[in-house]
Design a protein around this ligand. Structure first.
Ligand SMILES: Cc1cc2nc3c(=O)[nH]c(=O)nc-3n(C[C@H](O)[C@H](O)[C@H](O)COP(=O)(O)OP(=O)(O)OC[C@H]3O[C@@H](n4cnc5c(N)ncnc54)[C@H](O)[C@@H]3O)c2cc1C
Length: 304
């Protein structure tokens, strides 16, 4: 029986592992199919403290993993299919085995929704992005586009006004779903223009970076092209929590509901993007990873 199983090997799971391992809990991390999580998908991270020159996402993860291992963390491969409470303990079913644990931290992240275009994959991180807070600063004085019409699209567009010279929001409908106040801020900002009733058909580029978008008007079927240096997708995220249905309390979008990382199930904790629809940053994921480990440690101590 494991003391503590941590599901997910992104920055939240690895930070939880570092704290739990230093408390001598000998935690076990179940890596999942995307070992290292979202930071493995990016290049330079410029907003994580202590790295004034920036640090490559995969390098951050490699260092965190080394640090977690140094203090005694063990790693399992595979994806978790199910977590069940069996008496006081948990039974975790992966694709390969069953693991029992006294406490569990879920740190499975959230995946950004994509449009599903081949060209969007081709230019991923070469102009196609899913986080303005993370990558907006790379487009100082440039033209960028935002796809979406909800509150997060409004937030992304407003954030991008700090750097970009011009922002075009591409929206499939003739009105936004976003709250009135956010709409007013966006529509009143002279840097932001909206292309209504427009669908993105293709991301165009020169092979190494995005140069434009091909659009189709959904009402008239007219096709057009715009010039842009980047496209920020803001069409939602999918928290990786489907395997928790019936155990943890999830909100309508699937995010884990937790207070100070504690779920309503005793011994079950949540950290990182899977429980955070608001910030979704490496530093906040690491922060809640630390919190979850400290809460798990208290929980395990209280049961001795
Ligand atoms: C391209 C890109 C650039 C970014 N740039 C920045 C930046 O510059 N600065 C910044 O602060 N943030 C940045 N972010 C956001 C940051 O990466 C995330 O906020 C952070 O990685 C979230 O960490 P996490 O550990 O909660 O989840 P994730 O990193 O998503 O990790 C989730 C982990 O859970 C595992 N998992 C999922 N499902 C299962 C399952 N069923 N069973 C077992 N394991 C499972 C996965 O394998 C993965 O290891 C960026 C994100 C992306 C995509």
């Amino acid at each position: 029986m494991e003391n503590l199983a941590i599901i997910g090997s992104g920055i939240a799971g690895l930070t939880a592992a570092i704290y739990a391992a230093r408390a001598n809990l000998k935690p076990a991390v179940i890596s999942g199919k995307d070992e290292g999580g979202q930071l493995m998908l990016t290049t330079t991270v410029e907003n994580y403290p202590c790295f004034p020159e920036g640090i490559l996402g995969p390098e951050m993860i490699s260092l965190a993993r080394k640090q977690a291992k140094k203090f005694g963390t063990r790693f399992y491969d595979g994806n978790v299919l199910k977590v069940e409470k069996k008496g006081e303990a948990f039974e975790i079913t992966t694709e390969e085995e069953k693991i029992e644990a006294k406490a569990v931290i879920i740190a499975t992240g959230a995946s950004a929704r994509m449009l599903g275009l081949e060209s969007e994959k081709k230019y991923w991180n070469k102009g196609v992005h899913t986080c303005a807070t993370c990558d907006g600063a790379f487009y100082d004085g440039k033209e960028v586009a935002v796809a979406g019409g909800g509150d997060s699209a409004m937030e992304e567009a407003l954030f991008l006004t700090h750097n970009a010279a011009k922002i075009t929001i591409i929206h499939r409908r003739d009105s936004f779903r976003a709250s009135k106040i956010m709409q007013e801020r966006v529509l009143g900002n002279e840097k932001i223009k909206v292309m209504w009733d427009s669908e993105i058909e293709e991301v165009t580029g020169d092979g190494s970076k995005v140069t434009g978008l091909k659009l189709r008007n959904v009402k008239t079927s007219t096709r057009s092209q715009i010039k842009t240096d980047a496209m920020f997708l803001a069409i939602g995220h999918i928290p990786n929590t489907a395997f928790l249905k019936g155990l943890a309390e999830l909100d309508e979008q699937g995010y884990i509901i937790a207070t100070e990382t504690k779920t309503k199930v005793a011994g079950l904790f949540a950290a990182g993007d899977c429980a955070d629809k608001k910030y979704r940053q490496a530093i906040t994921a690491a922060g809640t990873g630390c919190q979850a480990a400290l809460e798990a440690e208290r929980y395990l101590e209280s049961r001795q």
